[in-house]
Design a protein around this ligand. Structure first.
Ligand code: SF4
Length: 722
């Protein structure tokens, strides 16, 4: 059944009010791939009345107050991904499209949705406790590095002023909190919640304080290591983190759901459709991929350093029973309009179904090593026979013509399974892929792969040989497609060249699926990006400049020259234009970036250029680009020209990049009228290895807007904060 989302539906059920109202940044699709629907069904099946308000309008009370007040509490989620990841590309360019919004236009989910929705509730429907949940709240529950503001931020609990956070997979904690509030008991002892307190509860581990993390990168490394340990449901302990004179209290994690609980959860009566209220607003694209898919398990012990799944879902894999999965496929096959194709049978990693480590279940995950990493742990009993049997059973369900496995697989696990690995791959190659199979080696440089926690190139080559051989034996013309990543911490231009060579030499292809690393909150890679240090405190090279990150991608995809066609005109990146004829870096690049969605154009000026001679640019793919033959406008700095009027529309963030490590004059008086350099970005010498000291001064030797910018910025990366 659909959970009610309107007053009319609620009355039809005979409710005067819901017990819990779930608010989400994604639209309401009633299936098990939508965390909000999943929690709603979980509560309903246990006697708690849950209703959903999806993507409420921020303009007024019409949406958020349409169901009145819940009897127990509000539960607020940004959606199935962090709202900043959903709204912005790795180049911080606004995403126009959204698969989780009716009509596909990304115009419903506010930035920092948990904070925005909490404010909305407080403004228009105040009264009951508000809990944050979902991946955004979960991974921003302590002090964390935020890529989009390039700063270490406080716990999202402080910024939102919600009452608590329910972190990780939230079924058990949400149920317990609901029971506590209903029975008038204190919910703050519940495992899996965070709250603020003026006192430190007994027996807590103390994380480095927010203030220490914001000022000391080694404290961020310590925080990451302690945070990771605290996520283990067996060994994790209660923890606190000071923010000013108050404590963020993080209760130890909930245990993962057991197989029978997962079966019950996924066996709930989902409609597997978009709720009619939202379906009327337009087509929801995400349903195309999940409508006929089935989840087999939760959790991932792969622990790739850049991935948030292990931190959010946990490192313990819990699998559903075969009977439960087959029953779900039978329901799917009996549904009207089913085309006979099961699009995916999988989970975070498809071939982890039915496999985990007994040591971990009893004693908790090892702190000093990864279960997979560059080589699978021998204690992990890798055996694909259960998955082979499962795929066979699903294929035999009446009405099913084809079963695909589209979730990612770990090829190192296939190679490590001497008994059933090859048989599993043969079945996949024969019956469960459609012409191409996607794998994610992410890189081919051994040092980068170590930072990523991924297997080496030997495994990739062995796997490719096995895949090609099995495809040939099956008489199938199939190939592998590869996902790679640029600009991961530890990755240099040299590593990208090596990747490019490897692809041409060994894989005989030029990859197109190359994503630029996005530092999402609370992952290991983000900690490295933020601090320039690894988990042991060793130095790590990090490419941070926008053009450097894009350049790394271009070195593999073939756009390394910085030249591309854009709207029929010849465009050039900043980098060549910033160079003098003799090859030395020249000039100041002024990059203004607006916060508002409608004003995301960038502008740049180059000193020494006359008005109307190539002094302006727009963003192309997030790369700073100079558009030729566009007239310049109002003077901003001597010799720098911006498009007329643009400066009036660009509020509050100012990023400046300097391409020569020399003294730069910069003063508020020279800024466009009304523009303040409040949330300043970073100064650095981004291009081609400049790493020298940089001084930022004005005519009198200080910045006239006191405290906005630091006077001396040392090294290649320093945050400028008042
Ligand atoms: S023993 Fe091996 S598989 Fe088990 S938790 Fe430790 S590293 Fe992971």
């Amino acid at each position: 059944m659909f959970l009610p989302t309107t007053d009319r539906e609620m009355r039809a059920l005979g409710w005067d009010a819901p017990d819990v109202i779930l608010v989400s940044g994604d639209t309401y699709t009633d299936n098990s791939y939508n965390g909000t629907a999943l929690i709603g069904h979980w509560l309903m099946d246990r006697g708690i009345r849950a209703a959903i308000i999806a993507q409420p309008s921020m303009e007024g009370p019409e949406d958020i107050a349409r169901l009145g007040q819940p009897k127990l509490f509000w539960s607020v989620s940004a959606g199935c991904v962090d709202s900043m990841v959903a709204n912005y590309t790795p180049a911080k360019k606004f995403r126009k499209e959204d698969d989780f919004t009716p009509g596909g236009v990304n115009d419903r989910r506010p930035d920092r949705a948990c904070i925005a929705y909490t404010n909305l509730i407080k403004k228009h429907a105040k009264g009951k406790p508000i809990f944050l949940a979902g991946i955004e709240a979960s991974l921003r529950r302590t002090a964390h590095y935020d890529f989009w503001s390039d700063s270490v931020r406080r716990s999202i609990l402080l910024d939102s002023k919600a009452d608590g956070i329910i972190y990780g997979m939230a079924e058990l904690a949400t149920l317990e909190v609901a029971a506590c509030i209903r029975d008038g008991r204190d919910w703050r002892g519940t495992r899996g919640v965070c709250y603020m307190s003026s006192e430190m509860p007994e027996g807590c581990v103390e994380f480095p304080s927010y203030e220490d993390c914001a000022s000391d990168r080694r404290a961020m490394v310590r925080l990451f290591n302690m945070f990771r340990d605290s996520c283990d449901p067996v060994t994790g302990r209660d923890a606190v983190q000071m923010h000013g004179n108050r404590y963020l209290v993080q209760r130890r994690p909930q245990r993962p759901l057991r197989t029978e609980e997962l079966d019950s959860l996924y066996g709930s009566d989902f409609e597997n459709a978009v709720h009619p209220y939202y379906a009327a607003q337009g087509h929801v694209r995400c349903m195309d991929t999940v409508r006929n898919s089935v989840t087999t398990h939760r959790g991932c012990y792969g622990e790739c350093a850049f991935c948030a799944i292990a931190a959010h879902q946990g490192r313990t894999v819990v699998s559903r029973s075969e009977d439960s999965i087959v029953a779900e496929v039978e329901r799917m096959a009996s549904r009207k309009g089913f085309n006979g194709i099961v699009q995916d049978v999988g989970g975070p990693t498809a071939n982890m179904y039915g496999i985990d480590c007994g040591v971990k279940a009893a004693k908790g995950a090892c702190r000093d090593r990864r279960c997979l990493g560059s080589r699978p742990c021998p204690k992990l009993m890798i055996d694909h026979s259960r998955q082979i049997a499962l795929l066979e059973r699903i294929s035999e369900v009446e009405g099913v013509r084809k079963v695909f496995v589209n979730s990612g697989i770990r090829y190192d696990m296939i190679l490590a399974d001497r008994k059933h690995g090859e048989e599993y791959l043969r079945r996949i190659v024969e019956d469960h892929v459609s012409g191409q199979m996607k794998v994610a080696p992410e890189h081919t440089s051994d040092s980068v792969l170590r930072y990523m926690g991924k297997p080496g190139t030997r495994e990739l080559k062995d796997f490719k040989r096995m895949f090609d051989r099995l495809s040939a034996e099956c008489g199938k013309d199939q190939y592998l497609t590869y996902y790679f990543m640029a600009a991961h911490p530890g990755c240099t231009d040299g590593d990208m060249r090596q990747l490019s060579d490897f692809c041409s030499r060994e894989l005989r292809m030029r990859p197109e699926q190359v994503q630029v690393f996005t530092p999402t909150p609370s992952t290991e890679s983000t900690m490295m990006y933020c601090t320039g240090l690894d988990r042991e405190g060793g130095k790590v090279f990090v490419e941070r400049s926008v053009q450097g990150r894009q350049r790394q991608k271009g070195m593999v995809t073939g756009d390394a020259q910085g030249h591309k066609r854009h709207r029929g005109r010849r465009m050039r990146t900043l980098l060549p234009l910033g160079q003098r004829g003799d090859g030395r870096q020249e000039g100041v690049l002024l990059l203004l970036e607006g916060e508002g969605r409608q004003h995301r154009d960038h502008a740049v000026g180059l000193p020494g250029r006359r008005a109307g001679r190539g002094a302006l640019r727009r963003s192309g793919d997030g790369l700073p680009q100079v558009e030729e033959d566009v007239m310049g406008g109002a003077g901003v700095l001597p010799g720098i020209r911006l498009r007329p009027g643009l400066h009036r529309r660009v509020p509050p963030r100012l990023h400046q990049e300097v391409q020569e490590p020399h003294q730069v004059r910069h003063g508020g008086a020279l800024l466009p009228h009304g523009l303040r350099a409040e949330a300043a970005g970073r100064w650095h010498a981004p291009a081609r290895g400049h790493r020298e000291r940089l001084h930022v001064v004005d005519g009198q030797g200080h910045h006239p807007q006191a405290g906005v910018l630091q006077h001396h910025v040392q090294g290649r990366r320093d945050l400028l904060r008042a």
